[in-house]
Design a protein around this ligand. Structure first.
Ligand code: NOJ
Ligand code: NOJ
Length: 588
């Protein structure tokens, strides 16, 4: 581990975190130094065939946890495995650990097998890629479960693309074209063909649309397009581009402008404040995109406002947070309404908050400035010891920049300190820590908990993975079908029409819009435009429609593929010649 530590130190100097060094927490520093090697070793212990806690797992199979009862996590989840291996692949390709190559090769082999295993979600060509988990001997898990979960193929594609990019630069092109690219194509075609379908969220509970799933699907398609182009394998590029543009449009609808946070799921009947959104931000971080808000980058104003709302949601509900002053770091969990295994804070959720803040520091230091908008102002005003804060752009030599970055560094380290405080001696990390006592609860040695230590550590050190193409993306959100044009501003001759419809829905049911013009998908129920339930029971979407045109439309509700149309007659509007237009309806 000696070379690992020194590399991190060198890297941290390179990105110029120097201005904040004096503000670091020595607890976080010491914890990271001692916990990182433990996390790496315990993570590897959970990977077959020779991991010490993963007997029975095939080569490259990641067990979620060795816990085989209450809860039984002795399975392999595509989400957990892909996030774990993204961290492993990053460590290898960034030169932090050269010992991981055969593990990565085993992962590729295991996932190649798992993709082809027919399961309750279908076969490889009929939806099976959305199956959330498998037995550790690579057979299908056939019990009841929240399926499908459509983040898995996207996360796996992201891990495989990162690996492919390294292989191509290191003499492994034939492995890419012969083995890995066909796997990526399967996963990305699944994403392109199914992103608009209902999915269980990453917590396997809510069947609707999910911000995390939408975000990682968008990322995977974008980097897949870049790799496809580099390989000259362009047959899917047009369709992936169309669907990536659609995903980016849909992603915008999760933002709740009234309350200033990202609503995690369109269904679920909860506040929507959820680690889902923090995890989405860190797992779609692209330093080249700086604080881009369209892709909800970690330092974007919306993502920072959201971080404050999310963390504040846990201040009063956990006993271990009761003595913590406003603005100081707290234990955080999946979502405040959670009751699973007691509904406790999760190590990986608390570390994700730290990681989002470290990512932000990387970008501000790289850009040499930071920007405070009215959207992010509450986040900055909530920082300790920054004095009066107003909106504006602050360059790195300003006192505002220096006091804010120092405060953010301390805050981020403070979240690590929370995890440090509730890590038992020995360094083992379970899934959760008790909301009142802080003792570990639920699955022991959760592989994903260990991966979250590795990724937070890399971010703290200023080590960043490769870009995935987030920089410079724009949305027009005018069409959801149509040929593969890029983004771009709204063209003349169209007007932005907001459709609001009051509709009470049942669990798993979502509202869509379709109608008589291309932009409304020509009455197609399968391509219909999803509405956001951020302000439930009002469902909303804004669509660019031709100006001065008479248009017919209807809302439809879709529940598990079952389509219900509004009653006749069709609804009708005539769009204005310019400007915007809002249509308020009630479901008929
Ligand atoms: C098991 C899932 O893994 C967990 O995320 C969920 O909270 C519980 N089932 C309860 O639905
Ligand atoms: C429950 C979590 O909610 C889910 O995200 C995870 O995939 C499984 N446990 C396995 O760790």
């Amino acid at each position: 581990m000696r070379s690992f530590t020194s590399l991190l130190q060198v890297a941290s100097l390179c990105v110029g975190l120097v201005s904040s060094v004096w503000a670091q927490s020595s607890t976080a520093e010491a914890y990271i130094a001692s916990e990182s090697p433990i996390a790496k070793a315990n993570l590897l212990a959970n990977i077959g065939p020779s991991g010490s806690k993963s007997q029975g797992a095939k080569a490259g199979v990641v067990i979620a946890s060795p816990s085989n009862t209450n809860p039984n996590y002795l399975f392999t989840w595509t989400r957990d495995s892909s996030l774990v291996f993204k961290a492993i692949i990053d460590q290898f390709v960034l030169g932090l650990d050269s010992s991981l190559e055969s593990q990565i090769q085993n992962f590729v082999t295991a996932e190649q097998i798992l993709q082809q295993v027919s399961n309750p979600s279908g076969s490889v060509s009929t939806g099976g890629l959305g199956e959330p988990k498998f037995n550790i001997d690579e057979s299908a898990f056939t019990g009841a479960w929240g399926r499908p979960q459509r983040d898995g193929p996207a996360l796996r594609a992201t891990a495989l693309i990162t690996w492919s990019n390294w292989l191509r630069n290191n003499g492994g092109s034939s492995t890419v074209t012969g083995t890995i690219w066909p796997m990526i194509v399967l996963d990305l075609n699944y994403v392109a063909n199914n992103w608009n379908q209902t999915t269980f969220d990453l917590w396997e509970e809510v069947s609707s649309s999910s911000f995390f799933t939408t975000s990682v699907q968008h990322r995977a398609l974008r980097e897949g397009i870049i790799l496809a182009t580099a390989l000259g394998q362009t047959s899917n590029v047009a369709s992936w581009t169309t669907q990536a543009n659609n995903l980016l449009c849909f992603l915008q609808s999760f933002w709740n402008p009234t309350s200033g946070y990202i609503t995690a799921n369109t269904g679920g009947g909860r506040s929507g404040k959820d680690a889902n959104t923090i995890l989405a931000s860190i797992h779609t971080f692209d330093p080249a995109a700086l604080c881009d808000v369209t892709t909800f980058q970690p330092c974007s104003d919306k993502a920072l406002a959201n971080l404050k709302v999310y963390t504040d949601a846990f201040r009063t509900i956990y006993g271990i947070n009761s003595a913590v002053a406003a603005g100081q770091p707290v234990a955080t969990g999946r979502y405040p309404e959670d009751s699973y295994m007691g509904g406790n804070p999760w190590y990986l959720a608390t570390l994700a908050v730290a990681e989002q803040l470290y990512d932000s520091l990387i970008v501000w230091n790289k850009a040499g400035n930071l920007n405070i908008t009215s959207t992010s102002l509450p986040f900055f005003q909530g920082l300790a010891n920054v004095g009066t804060i107003a909106t504006g752009t602050f360059s790195s030599n300003s006192t505002t920049f220096q006091s804010v970055t120092a405060a953010v560094q301390l805050l981020a380290d403070g979240y690590v300190d929370v995890v440090a405080k509730f890590t038992p001696s020995g360094g083992g990390l379970a899934e959760q820590y008790d909301r009142n006592t802080g003792v570990p609860v639920s699955a022991v040695d959760l592989t994903w908990s260990y991966a979250s230590v590795l990724t937070a550590t890399m971010a703290r050190s200023g080590v960043v993975g490769e870009s995935w193409g987030a920089a410079g993306l724009t949305t027009s959100c005018s069409t959801t079908g149509g040929g593969g044009g890029g983004g771009g501003g709204g063209s003349s001759g169209t007007v932005a029409v907001t459709f609001n419809v009051q509709a009470t829905t049942v669990f798993g049911e979502n509202i869509f819009l379709t109608g008589s013009v291309d932009q409304l998908e020509n009455w197609s129920p399968t391509n219909a435009i999803p509405l956001s339930a951020a302000n439930y029971p009002t469902w909303s979407v804004t669509v660019n429609l031709p100006a001065s045109t008479s248009i017919q439309y209807k809302y439809i509700r879709i529940n598990n593929g079952q389509v219900t149309w509004e009653s006749d007659p069709n609804m009708q509007i005539t769009t204005p010649s310019s400007g915007t237009f809002t249509e308020n309806d009630t479901w008929r």
